[in-house]
Design a protein around this ligand. Structure first.
Ligand code: SF4
Ligand code: SF4
Ligand code: SF4
Ligand code: FES
Length: 948
């Protein structure tokens, strides 16, 4: 494997379709209008020296190295800032230019430490390369003049260093932070010789606004900004392109290796989801892959109170299989089941559901989408006929109005959040519907036109009130509704939303959102041009989650905002492969491709291929499995890559369900919280250790490539194969590509997908089949999969979770940029520096009422349970609302969430819990016990390791 390299064309590609013809060094060149001379030259293989230019950034023209001569023009213009023109005759390599460039480079080098041989960037430094390219061999002025060699390094960021002595003030980092990331954390401080890059108000990086995305590090042409991992390990030797294993954006990276050691992750410019950008998690937070907490050997124990015993793979797999068989013999075929992982690959997920349907002989399979986007599946399938978002991420570049509902893109989906911010800086309008003032509401150079800070639990009422305005003010796209939708359903729906009880004035009374704000937002959405909706778990994790998705779909249908670029309905999927896990048949009622298990034709395909009869009854969902376990009917479970004790609601009930089972098999990287109830632990593998595919939030299937051998010895897919074999249901695949071939053979929307095609195309958005051989970036262009778009009546039904004298506040939850979900990975990286504990955000008014000061310990209690955490007093939340994250097991926010769930899908109502808070002296007893237990089990595992 060699290093994957990408050409830097110096300036971004022009999007113009008009071509210009010119001559460069005697060669006729055709380039789109607006292309720089530098890029046009690069396209024909002519390199012009450059330092301040990069094709990730707009041209700046400061370094004066890229000078060219243009016939008929005076002087030597910079090729990066001069666009091509018809008939232009350009020379890039004359003696005069060579002399000028050499002179410029001489000035740079005279103020640059000459430590190339010991510099971490040696051989990967553009200054070094360009000095060679211009033929600089000596510096006439010497090195004794004024310089910056003594400037102090800033090592405050956990992942990269800033060494101002090496800075050439090219401004690339500042522009990357502004243009690519949109954080505006950097400035050039001072003038002339004194000018220097400064984070924030000349603070250390760690204390500034910097969100550690690393765009500046990637942009820096010198070793000024350098990854600490490169300094520690050395320059990489080989790399492979793979996909991030954190969130549903699906950024692709070059995993750059030195031997078996990962040196750094460099975002891939060809990545269609991220276009060369990343966030702090994907770029830097990969240290968990080699963390010492990782369990590398299989373990079993007879009772959960026994210590773990390390065993061979054969013994662990054999024990799990014989226990599952024993349980089925004693309690029936449906007494066991399993959970697939949205962290694992499509191929691995497909295998787990295959094992359960074919090997266990039932449909008791579910996935973490149950607790996040199952209402999306239900709602979008009902409205449009397909359970997926309608657009690709690039579509946002064509949006005039962006409506964000119950999502926090800059924290939850940061790379897409940056794309969105860029479009907003270009002038798109923004409406945010969220109880909390998320960053997008006001961030540098972006301000929401309307923020509707609704009371948690009133999404349906507010969205239906928007529809009320659209219908009653004549803003409906009637042509679209007549031609593309069921017209009689539309009429029923229009009559329903027009009713006075759905008016903004009525809805204001229950949602707290002023009626005039609802009216203004509705008018903007309906009349502002291309309008796109992006939503997240603030929509789905409610007792009316599915109704809310339907209300969103109604808005898009009524205004005709579907079926073209810039519009659509876009769920921001949580985990890296939650879309894929759903696509692959992880729900108890559906085979891969969302075909119901009662569909005889679909079942027949698998019965014939797998050689076993399949159950035509939907199986149990996760909450039903736990209920059945408590009742005694469900006795064994295989959980791949999922920590239900931490991620699912009503922790006490989850614990009771797990404790009631006779065989809990957990397959994971770490001894997670669920493993406290496990009898068999099968060590899992990381995304760096296996081949496969992930599918991101835009239905984009991308390759995951193995760059190191599995530290546990087996890829997750191989573990499932072994378990299936031991259960007597042999599955035979030599490589994950063969699993994808089976998926393609049996699933119409994946019919055209193969590893070979993915390797060639980079990525494919499903459906990909005969009708769409290259995939489908934008769905529903000519019609809906179900024929006509479906309007559904969305009556607002308040949740049964009510505030009252005992629990007067509403708790809602969310994620923070630096952590991922239950934090199993990010807590084992330097990311803890940004967020060492979960905090409870509380409005100053509510805090004052309770005598709570910033940083105080507070007890948070609901009718389900209580936990203790520190208070953060902020007006980001409205009075009456409190907010926390759920990244730390010592807090376990889900101890307080209730067992209410979405009426259609059982997705838990994480976003609305009636709570009370009171001052506390510190963590509860159970939290202290938990801390001790966790520490003890870590000590045992490390002691076993040490003994070996
Ligand atoms: S790491 Fe990202 S946010 Fe921080 S200064 Fe660099 S570009 Fe800006
Ligand atoms: S830190 Fe790097 S990118 Fe930024 S101005 Fe200095 S040399 Fe250029
Ligand atoms: S966590 Fe999400 S946004 Fe960040 S790098 Fe990974 S895929 Fe991209
Ligand atoms: S590369 Fe054109 S001026 Fe720097």
């Amino acid at each position: 494997m060699a290093l994957v390299t990408e050409i830097d064309y110096g300036t971004p590609a022009s999007k113009s379709e008009k071509m210009v013809t010119l001559t460069i060094d005697g060669v006729e060149v055709h380039a789109p209008e607006g292309t720089s001379i530098m890029r046009a030259a690069m396209e024909i293989g002519t390199q012009i020296p450059k330092l301040c230019a990069s094709d990730m950034l707009e041209a700046f023209g400061s370094c004066r190295l890229c000078l060219v001569e243009i016939q008929g023009r005076n002087g030597t213009p910079a090729s990066c800032t001069t666009p091509v023109a018809p008939g232009m005759v350009v020379k890039t390599q004359t003696e005069r230019l060579k002399a000028l460039r050499k002179g410029v480079m001489e000035l740079y080098i005279s103020d640059h430490p000459l430590d190339c041989l010991t510099c971490a960037a040696n051989s990967d430094c553009e200054l070094q390369t360009q000095a060679g390219a211009v033929g600089l061999r000596e510096v006439r002025y010497g090195y004794d003049g004024a310089n910056h060699f003594a400037e102090k390094k800033d090592e405050s960021n956990p992942y990269f260093t800033y060494d101002p002595a090496k800075c050439i003030v090219c401004n690339r980092c500042v522009r990357a932070c502004e243009e690519v990331q949109g954080t505006f954390a950097l400035t050039i401080d001072g003038r002339g010789f004194e000018s220097r890059v400064a984070p924030g108000q000349d603070e250390p990086f760690f204390e500034s606004e910097c969100v550690s995305c690393g765009a500046c590090v990637q942009a820096c042409p010198t070793a000024t900004l350098t990854e600490k991992s490169v300094i520690a390990i050395g320059q990489p030797e080989h790399s492979a392109v793979t996909t991030c294993a954190y969130c549903g954006v699906g950024c692709t990276f070059k995993a750059e290796m030195r031997g078996e050691e990962l040196v750094r992750m460099v975002p891939h410019k060809d990545g269609k989801a991220n276009h060369g950008h990343s966030c702090v998690k994907g770029r830097f937070a990969w240290g968990y892959a080699t963390h010492r907490d990782r369990i590398l050997n299989p373990m079993i124990r007879a009772k959960v109170s026994d210590p773990w015993r390390e065993v061979s793979w054969e013994e662990a797999i054999g024990h799990a299989a014989s226990e599952f068989k024993r349980i089925q013999a004693a309690y029936g075929k449906r007494s066991i089941g399993g959970i697939t992982s949205s962290r694992c690959t499509n191929e691995e997920t497909y295998l787990v559901q295959k094992l359960i349907r074919g090997g266990f002989g039932n449909n008791n399979v579910d996935t973490c989408a149950r607790v996040c986007h199952s209402p999306t599946g239900y709602g979008l399938k009902t409205a449009f006929g397909t359970s997926a978002g309608t657009q690709d991420f690039d579509s946002v570049e064509h949006s005039d109005v962006i409506l964000v509902v119950g999502a926090n893109p800059t924290d939850g989906h940061p790379v897409f959040g940056s794309r969105m911010k860029k479009r907003l800086r270009e002038g798109a309008k923004l409406i945010v519907i969220d109880p909390r003032r998320i960053d997008l509401v006001r961030t540098p150079h972006v301000a929401a036109d309307y923020h509707l800070p609704l009371k948690p639990g009133t999404n349906v009422a507010v969205l239906t009130a928007l529809a009320h305005v659209i219908v009653t003010e004549g803003l409906v796209n009637e042509k679209f509704a007549r031609e593309r939708c069921d017209w009689s359903e539309f009429q029923d729906w229009a009559a329903f939303v027009a009713d006075a009880h759905n008016s903004p004035e009525e809805v204001e009374k229950l949602s707290g959102v002023p009626a005039d704000l609802i009216r203004a937002a509705a008018r903007l959405y309906a009349t502002g041009g291309n309008a796109a909706i992006y939503y997240g778990l603030g929509v789905t994790e409610h007792s009316q989650g599915s109704t809310t998705v339907l209300a969103i779909a109604n808005l898009a249908l009524a205004t005709g905002n579907l079926g073209r670029q810039g519009v659509g309905v876009n769920p921001l999927r949580g985990q890296n492969n939650v879309q894929g896990a759903c696509d692959m048949g992880s729900f108890p009622h559906e085979f891969a491709g969302y075909r119901h298990v009662s569909d005889d034709a679909a079942r027949q395909i698998y019965e014939t291929l797998w050689g076993v009869p399949l159950d035509n009854e939907p199986g149990l969902r996760i909450p039903n499995m736990l209920d059945a376990a408590v009742e005694g009917a469900f006795r064994g479970i295989y959980i791949q890559g999922e920590d239900i004790l931490q991620s699912d609601p009503d922790t006490h009930h989850v614990a009771a369900g797990l404790a009631a089972m006779e065989c809990v098999v957990v397959q994971d990287l770490f001894l997670n919280e669920t493993a406290n109830y496990a009898h068999v632990f099968l060590p899992g593998s990381t995304f760096l250790e296996k081949d496969g595919t992930f599918t991101n939030a835009e239905r984009r299937i991308q390759r995951v490539r193995k760059v190191m051998s599995p530290k546990n010895g087996l890829g997750d897919w191989e573990i499932t194969l072994a378990l299936a074999k031991a259960m007597g249901f042999a599955m035979d695949y030599a490589h994950p590509s063969e699993i994808m071939d089976e998926i393609a053979r049996t699933t119409p929307s994946f019919a055209g997908v193969s590893f070979a095609k993915l390797d060639e195309a980079g990525s494919i958005q499903w459906p990909c089949n005969e009708a769409a051989p290259e995939g489908t970036p934008v769905m529903h262009i000519g019609g809906f999969a179900s024929g006509k778009g479906k309007f559904v009546i969305t009556e607002y039904v308040p949740t049964d979770e009510r505030t009252g004298p005992r629990f007067p506040l509403l708790l809602t939850t969310g994620r923070i940029l630096s952590h991922y979900n239950v934090g199993a990975q990010t807590r084992r990286t330097e990311n803890v520096a940004w967020h060492p504990e979960d905090l409870l955000e509380i409005h100053p008014h509510d805090a004052e009422l309770r005598g709570v000061r910033d940083g105080d310990w507070v007890k948070l209690h609901s009718r389900a349970g209580e936990t203790t955490l520190r208070a953060l007093i902020t007006d980001r939340v409205a009075p009456g609302v409190v907010y926390t994250t759920f990244h730390h097991p010592t807090t376990q926010a889900n101890v307080v969430t209730t067992d209410f769930s979405d009426w259609a899908t059982n997705c838990p109502e994480f976003k609305v819990t009636a709570v009370q808070i009171s001052r506390s002296n510190g963590p509860s007893d159970w939290q202290e016990q938990y801390r001790e237990q966790a520490e003890q089990s870590r000590r045992i595992v490390h002691a076993v390791e040490a003994a070996e």
